[in-house]
Design a protein around this ligand. Sequence first.
Ligand SMILES: Nc1ncnc2c1ncn2[C@@H]1O[C@H](COP(=O)(O)OP(=O)(O)OP(=O)(O)O)[C@@H](O)[C@H]1O
Ligand SMILES: [Mg+2]
Length: 226
Amino acid sequence: MIEFNEVTKSYSVGTHALRGVSMQIEDGEFAFLIGPSGSGKSTIIKLITGELEPTSGTVHVNGYSLDRIRKREIPYLRRTVGVVFQDFRLIETKTVYENVAFAMRAIGAREDEIRDRVPYILELVGLENKSRRHPTELSGGEQQRLAIARALVNNPSTIIADEPTGNLDPAMSLEIMSLLQEINNLGTTMLVVTHDRDLVERFGKRVIAINDGVVVHDGMDGYYRV
Ligand SMILES: Nc1ncnc2c1ncn2[C@@H]1O[C@H](COP(=O)(O)OP(=O)(O)OP(=O)(O)O)[C@@H](O)[C@H]1O
Ligand SMILES: [Mg+2]
């Protein structure tokens, strides 16, 4: 579960990125996070992953209190949260297979576990026939699916995707969003940041809209036009 309670975040004097955000995302939920540029979306993501600390208020993620967490506990928190970055952050010198395997090695998985799990995950995202390619030999949509595979491979309870369809055409965007929905159907909590209103309307999920550091809409019933 993700819970924000009256969270504020100021970067420096005068930059109040979040000004009292409260929200709760239950285990297994699918929610979109929308809002204009500079409204605070990435700040929320960085608070969830422990990259930033709140200025005031409390943040709870999968049993960890982010405002009280010890530095050495952060790797354990991060195992529960898979992040799909907007710029993918793939390793270009490694193959598709090795990019996913690397994420497992980073948390100390055994080689036999890696040999079992990586092909399963590549099949789940539809990249089983591309495992020997390098990221530069993939289309934008395939790179995005690889980024999702990597976020998924350590079986996190939560996935956060920052603009996962930012650079894709409408057909590919629909495909990626459908993949995220399938993963959610398997039980993973999903928080998706997007600017794509058409997709948001099409999927009919919960929408949390943020504007200037405050939540201006939260619900299933359409969304506030920001
Ligand atoms: N490291 C930083 N130092 C100072 N101010 C920052 C920093 N990061 C973000 N901000 C400011 O905090 C506010 C929220 O930024 P944030 O990155 O959360 O917005 P966003 O909703 O993710 O925008 P975008 O859609 O453009 O990615 C903005 O006013 C931004 O300029
Ligand atoms: Mg952002």
